[in-house]
Design a protein around this ligand. Structure first.
Ligand SMILES: *Cc1c(COP(=O)(O)O)cnc(C)c1O
Length: 435
């Protein structure tokens, strides 16, 4: 072992990580050199794409100041929205701190683009848990169902692909908006690739060109060189405390898409008539710009952490989704741990690696919007930010933990090693000699 490697091992031991786990991590990392180089290549491409968008939109020092009150004529805000539209190749965008989270952005996009009597069709199965109340799949005050907007869904086929014939049969005269969720969320299915999404959009538009296709892009941004907006989506929607905020945006969401769809969403975001004209950026423009600038490399760090975790846990006999060698379409790594204790130990390991609140012990709790108790580990600079190192899982079979984020690769690596240590300490795994 060279001097640096020895010094690193010493430091990791001071964290309480055992020698066998450190060695297992090192060997696994070495075996992933090619994968990591590929991830860096995509990050470079996306970095170039983002800088180009900044330059085309003539981002200037003046853009970094903010407005208060109504926020009329907020140049920084308006230019930031042009930057997002340029980077994601859409006609328009809204990118606002006013949008409190991804669910809020999706809710605005759906409500703004549907009217009573319209139907929303999800073609990627059950949507993300919190959207069930937005749509009214689970009854809720103010849901779209209460406004006479109906919902139907076509599940993905058992192999995770789109059910094309099922989709054809489900499109009715009332169908107005088709929703596609790129990432698996709290589900065991595969994440959809941009290529797959493009194929289904071509199919849908071939049946009815006037259908609006909205993609829930949460966790997918910058993982590939293309986004769903490059392959025909009318709207892509996401959260700024995930990938595109680069870890710096303290709040916010975005909707990028056609001018018409974005305008309708803006009238829902604020109110009819005012739309995107109002809404102060406060003093948040610098973190929005800088976060978007950093997002491609931050996303790459998170992806490396995910690939690393998949490979380690797979070698120990756990099921990883995606598996250790599969191509990646989002930053989420699910690992089937099989027991509630496993999910809890994993999350406690992630917490221990955090820069903030490392001494806190996460416990499962009944989170609003979720059906089962959820445990969440995060010691983040921005509360709830899941582009930062974090892990969570609903306490329900098959006891999957969802691991994501890591603003830097070394911090993601530490989190994964700590998770192994906590699992080992709880008697839930052993590192075999062969590792
Ligand atoms: C995170 C996420 C959302 C929105 O969640 P928020 O917590 O409201 O930001 C929606 N869909 C998917 C697939 C997600 O991963």
């Amino acid at each position: 072992m060279n001097k640096l490697a020895q010094a690193k091992t010493e430091l990791l031991k001071q964290y309480g990580i055992d020698g066998d786990i450190i060695l297992f991590g090192e060997k696994t990392e070495e075996s992933l050199a090619e994968r990591f180089a590929e991830i860096d290549g995509i990050a470079e491409y996306n970095q170039l794409k983002v800088i180009r968008a900044f330059q085309e939109c003539r981002v200037s020092e003046a853009c970094l100041t903010g407005t208060t009150g109504y926020g009329y004529g907020d140049t920084g805000r308006d230019t930031l929205e042009k930057v997002y539209a340029a980077a994601f190749h859409t006609e328009a965008a809204i990118v606002r701190p006013l949008i409190a989270c991804g669910t809020h952005a999706l809710s605005i996009a759906l409500a703004g683009n549907t009217r009573p009597g319209d139907e929303i069709l999800s073609v990627s199965g059950k949507p993300y848990d919190t959207l069930e109340e937005v749509i009214g799949i689970r009854p809720c005050t103010g849901s779209l169902a209460e406004y006479g907007i109906t919902y139907s869904q076509v599940d993905l086929l058992p192999d995770g692909s789109f059910d094309f014939e099922g989709i054809r049969a489900a499109i009715k005269p009332a169908t107005r908006l088709v929703a596609i969720q790129r990432s698996k969320g709290y589900d065991s299915r595969r994440t959809l690739s941009v290529a797959q999404i493009g194929e289904v959009i071509r199919f849908i538009k071939g049946i009815r060109e006037d259908l609006i296709v909205m993609v829930d892009n949460c966790y997918g941004e910058f993982v590939e060189t293309e986004e769903p907006s490059d392959v025909g989506a009318d709207m892509i929607v996401g959260s700024l405390i995930k990938n595109p905020g680069g870890g710096l945006a303290p709040s916010g969401g975005y909707i990028c898409g056609t001018a018409e769809c974005v305008e309708r969403a803006a009238y829902r975001m604020t109110c009819p008539g005012l739309g995107a004209e109002i809404g102060p950026s406060l003093n948040l423009n610098p973190s929005f710009y800088q976060g978007f600038f950093l997002a491609p490399v931050v996303t790459a760090a998170a992806l490396k952490g995910a690939v690393f975790a998949a490979n380690l846990y797979e070698k120990l006999g756990f099921k990883a989704i995606p598996d250790g060698s599969e191509s990646r379409h989002d930053i989420i790594q699910a690992i089937t741990l099989g027991t509630p204790e496993g999910v809890i130990a994993f999350c406690r390991g992630i917490q221990k690696a955090a820069p903030v609140d490392s001494f806190v012990t996460p416990e499962p709790w009944d989170m609003p919007g979720y059906q089962d108790p959820v445990i969440m580990a995060a010691g983040a600079f921005v509360e709830g930010s899941s582009i930062e190192l974090s892990a969570d899982g609903p306490i329900r079979p098959p006891y999957n933990v969802y691991f994501q984020g890591g603003l830097t690769w070394p911090s993601a690596k530490l989190g994964v090693l700590y998770s192994l240590q906590c699992m080992k300490d709880a008697g839930l795994l052993q590192i075999p000699e062969s590792c």
